[in-house]
Design a protein around this ligand. Sequence first.
Ligand code: ADP
Ligand code: ZN
Ligand code: MG
Length: 485
Amino acid sequence: MKNKYEVVIGLEVHSQIKTETKVFCNCSTDFHSQPNTNICPVCTGQPGVLPVLNKKAVELLVKTALALDCSINKKSVFARKQYFYPDLPKNYQISQYELPFAEHGKLNISADGKIKSIGITRIHLEEDAGKLLHEIGSRQLDCSLADYNRTGIPLMEIVSEPDMRSPQEAAAYLTALKNLIEYIETSDCNMEEGKFRCDANISIRPVGQKEFGTKAELKNMNSISGVEEALEYEVQRQIETVENGGKIIQETRTWDPNEKITKSMRSKENAHDYRYFPDPDLVPVNLDDVFIENIKITIPELPEKRKERLIQEYGLPEYDANVIISDKALVNFYEDALNNTAKDAENIPKLIANWLTTELLGKLNNAKLTIKESPVKAEYLGQLVSFISKGTISGKIAKTVFEEMFNTNKDPETIIKEKGLVQISDENEIIKICQEAADESPKAVAEYKSGKERALGAIVGLVMKKSKGKANPQMVNKILADLLK
Ligand code: ADP
Ligand code: ZN
Ligand code: MG
């Protein structure tokens, strides 16, 4: 049944631009302030006030647009979008309609092991609306409270082309977009604080049909996995509706994360319902080449480029590189760790990648910590891997040292010294232990001498036990083989 239809998805992302003050007044954008303390006559829409554009908001939007390969419109215009709702004291929202700041960009995502380019239709600047509270904690109120701290906070709305063909591609797009924005630091992208929100448009069409089907718009998902789940549900609902002879109607639906279903909210407004017109209080904005060039040079190495470099420069496998670049803090940690090794052995980049992505991320995950909160410093991980690579400690002992590093924040050298964990690489000492072990294992020795090579394992095991795991394993193997010749 599913193969009869093709899924079409386009996403509208609202990302809060990282400014100290609001977009048309000087009120703070602090998320944690008491309700209605970050407000003034401008952002509460009092008569006679005039908005003044925050230049920083424009700069950060343009930076985002350039990172997404958009073309920047030299002239752009603010428009009023009229609607009546208690969270919107002016009864209109300042947004952009005909001339947004940026258009025609793209973002590459990996889908099914391939790179796919998703078109960005436009990026425009708009102000956020306030927040209505219908409950406090778990207590349902018998009225609604309005908090206007959020009105006038700058948002960049990033509208994609309807280029995605599955909920998984939609999730990959959101992950890549959030990652990119975090790299260039134009938004905090904190989804719990509503700083990265997504409206998902979805339709289905019979495979082979050219025209798009009627879309539904889904709202109220507050995580990327939530978006994916809501879209999965919606695919099924739309297919079932059509299969049962019904019609998809153009509407806005809300995702209920508890019941895990989408519910009809309202029929979708058309653009003409909003009666857009250019805002007479704000002059058109003209951006010149110098302004744009000055922003261009602030764009750091982006995730895709950085991934290529990890592969080229350090010989990392693509899989490892993908994991590591998925978070700016993680890739910074990786390169910090690497810069704290002697880099003399060629397998060091891969060793650090292994320790970082399996051991450290595993432990952080269990402890519910982020990489930024890691008790193990990047330079210490680099030092640990150096000790392994130089043969100071074995890989097995390194796990013990690492455990201790994680629990005590100490550096590996201190721990190795304190616990006397330095690997025994002194030949005479190892010969002594090997001899003892061989003497105590006459049966294994006889078996080995009669040609059963596997019997050596038992003797090696005994050597490791006697040396408390500290004997250099390569040396033990070699010396035992010599002894028993
Ligand atoms: P509207 O005017 O309803 O807001 P837009 O044309 O502005 O619609 O598109 C809004 C979003 O919906 C865009 O991200 C676009 O890619 C997506 N979209 C448009 N048509 C469809 C469709 N038929 N199916 C899925 N997504 C669509
Ligand atoms: Zn204000
Ligand atoms: Mg739209």
